[in-house]
Design a protein around this ligand. Structure first.
Ligand code: ZN
Length: 236
């Protein structure tokens, strides 16, 4: 694992939180498994007591308002742009760098760990992520997963575009990604664990693929129910 375990835990908590964005306002649906896997978490002091309610309480009103405002800019399930394949970027100019900067701010405010351009309605093969709190936001442009390890693992994922949905997704643990940065320079990233997972999740977005496409039919039915509840709640 490239990053220290504590960062991993911290970031994983954020990943879960990123998928739980609206659920604080959504009554828990009976029968919907509350954050599957949460009970299986190791007894790590870092994690103890940090469930979604605590997270909501800790959030000061200004941060909560920023998060709500940011989430309003994120395209949600049902928007056709989320099902559209993004186009390669060939112009590495200030406009692109501005887009990267704006997406970074949005991701920070929304408390996500990754964001694909399609999620903000821009059909560019561009994703950003940050899995360690103090690390700078990384931008991958025209990313290609050129190698994936054989070993896979199942971890829970959320998505800013799918309020209240959190599902277990199986993915390769290790990947090697070739991409360009916002200046057009070639970069190769060897990622494992959470970083690899976030990159794969966001590359999926650039291909119009959602986590709903990577789970069983039964899981999808439950996820769709949670999503519908959250969406009807947010309309009231
Ligand atoms: Zn997503």
């Amino acid at each position: 694992m490239a990053e220290p375990a504590t960062d991993e835990v911290q970031a994983e908590r954020e990943l879960a939180v990123s998928g739980l964005t609206e659920s604080g306002q959504t009554p828990t649906e009976p029968g919907y498994p509350e954050i599957a896997g949460e009970a299986d978490e190791p007894e790590d002091p870092e994690l103890s007591g940090e469930d979604e309610e605590d997270e909501e309480e800790e959030l000061d009103p200004a941060a909560a308002a920023r998060r709500t405002a940011a989430l309003a800019h994120v395209r949600k399930f049902g928007d056709p742009v989320l099902r559209t394949r993004a186009r390669p970027v060939d112009r590495f100019d200030d406009t692109l760098r501005d887009e990267v900067r704006r997406m970074g701010e949005l991701m920070n405010d929304a408390m996500g760990v990754g964001l694909a351009a399609t999620q903000v309605g821009v059909l560019h093969r561009l994703l950003i992520y940050r899995v360690q709190q103090r690390a700078p936001v990384a931008a991958l442009i025209n990313p290609e997963i050129e190698w994936s390890g054989k070993q896979q693992e199942i971890l829970e994922e959320g998505c800013l575009s799918l309020p209240a949905v959190h599902v277990d997704v199986e993915r390769p643990i290790d990947v090697r990604v070739r991409a360009q940065n916002e200046f057009g320079e070639e970069i190769v990233i060897e990622a494992s664990g959470l970083e690899a997972r976030v990159i794969q999740h966001e590359v999926d977005h650039l291909d119009g693929v959602l986590i709903l496409d990577r789970i069983s039919r039964q899981q999808r039915k439950e996820a769709m129910r949670a999503l519908r509840e959250a969406q009807s709640e947010s309309r009231h």
